[in-house]
Design a binder for this molecule. Sequence first.
Ligand SMILES: [Zn+2]
Length: 236
Amino acid sequence: MTEAVTAPKGGLNRLGIALSGAALALGVITLAHAALPRVEPEVAAPPVAPPAPEPVALVVFHSPLPGHAINSPFGLRQMPWEDAGRLHAGIDIAAPFGEPVLAAADGVITRAAFTPGYGRMVEITHAEGLVTRYAHLGAVTRGLRRGEVIKAGLPVGEVGSSGVSSGPHLHFEIRDRDDRPLNPLYFLGRRFAEAHDLPVHAAAKVSPRVRLAQVSNIPESKRSLMAAKGRIEAGD
Ligand SMILES: [Zn+2]
């Protein structure tokens, strides 16, 4: 009898062990589940955009003589040998003889010549018919030819004092397609994406103020003029 009574007990016990084992297993599973990283509901990840390419610029202007200061700006200027102010159609950048003069922007060489006023000069035509001129050069880069494509930053020549010049410097001009002189300060160090970004209108304005130029050396060609005006001694 006792066996008959105890047998089901043992069975119950075994069942109890089995159940608690199952509960333990469930607990372990729950713990294991809790330890798993939380899985967020699947959401379409935003596409990873490739880095935006640098926008293609129409034209970018750099200084033709980096690191050198402008010593005579664009605008009306009266030279000691002149009776009235006259447009200084560019900027003067003083630098020692021989300093490389660099193309300010990508373009095509349209002149490499000698003229009495500019002396040795190079002209480059850029996007939208903009033109840069580099004057009073001591030398033009060997082999530079009209019609040749040139990249910004490549040397077009070296600083000199050829033509009507009062000392070693670069006379640098920017002109529009109609040969109208523009103030280079509106362009240098700037990047223009489209033609309508070009500050042509603002850059063409000339202040009515006339600056009297301080000149340390009177160009040889102007000495007789100065002498005629009694401003310097003849033969000085
Ligand atoms: Zn000048």
